[in-house]
Design a protein around this ligand. Structure first.
Ligand code: IPE
Ligand code: IPE
Ligand code: MG
Length: 249
């Protein structure tokens, strides 16, 4: 498929049954590179191109929120060279995609320990977030230095602090209140969670939020992922019956 594909090239998707929030664990860049006797960093570079494609496709299809797991709290433990390369790629992505995000009415948000990111990444992120804040065509939500457990710890600290100050009564702590104190406050939970590269695990991505998400694992390595496969996954999602603990229809 070439880069000029547009709406009418999309195979039939039921627009009434689209997931509002899609979350993706983009995994397999390193293995993609290894298979080609390349440095892992080449895999991350190719992976960034796939990010562009999937953002564009999501916007075309009409997905409201696309959350991408780009860097976990645990990923800081990778070799310093790899971390530095990932940070540079991230900064370059934020700078080069700003125009595309503006042209396509995409709002950029981020979740995670943003304070741990290098200064130049924080600046690029702040610039893109501020510039796109009024856009309402789609939210591109990047999980950066994100970990589900540290998000939960942060939430507990906030609620405990408010409780101590008498602002929250312990009896008024509800699932909704907890959601409001997570990074994802104001967002619906993901309807669909996709993980590439064949690993059958969550790796500390959304823990609270995926209680009722539909999960799709694919063996495809992230740099090989494409628009066609993404649409196939969305079709699979549309054929599932979400029961939320109730009885089926
Ligand atoms: C995903 O690809 C990118 C990040 C986690 C930042 P990996 O780098 O984890 O690739 P594999 O899993 O080693 O193949
Ligand atoms: C999960 O992938 C994190 C991201 C995709 C950003 P990892 O490659 O870090 O996860 P594990 O180590 O295989 O669980
Ligand atoms: Mg991995």
């Amino acid at each position: 498929m070439n880069s000029n594909t547009s709406f009418h090239d999309l195979p039939a998707l039921d627009t009434a049954k689209l997931p509002a929030h899609v979350a993706i664990i983009m995994d397999g860049n390193g293995r993609w590179a290894k298979k080609r006797y390349l440095n892992r960093i080449n895999g991350h570079k190719k992976g960034t191109e796939v990010v562009r494609t999937i953002v564009r496709t999501s916007r075309e299809i009409g997905i409201s929120i696309l959350s991408l797991y780009a860097f976990s709290t645990e990923n800081w433990q990778r070799p310093q060279k790899e971390v530095a390369a990932l940070m540079t790629l991230l900064k370059n992505f934020l700078q080069s995609e700003l125009k595309e995000m503006m042209d396509n009415n995409i709002r950029l948000t981020s979740i995670g320990q943003i304070e741990r990111l290098p200064e130049n990444v924080k600046m690029a992120l702040h610039k893109a977030t501020t510039a796109t804040r009024e856009n309402n065509g789609m939210v591109l939500n990047l999980a950066l230095s994100y970990g589900g457990r540290s998000e939960i710890v942060r939430m507990v600290r906030k609620i405990a602090g408010k409780t101590k100050d008498g602002l929250i009564d312990p009896d008024s702590i509800t699932p909704e209140l907890i959601s409001e104190h997570l990074y994802t406050h104001g967002m619906p939970d993901p309807d669909l969670l996709v993980r590439t590269s064949g690993e059958m695990r969550i790796s500390n991505f959304f823990l609270w939020q995926i209680a009722y998400s539909e999960i799709f694992f694919t063996d495809t390595l992230w740099p090989d992922f494409n628009k066609d496969e993404f649409i196939q996954i969305l079709k699979d999602y549309q054929n599932r019956e979400r029961r939320f603990g109730k009885v089926g229809s």
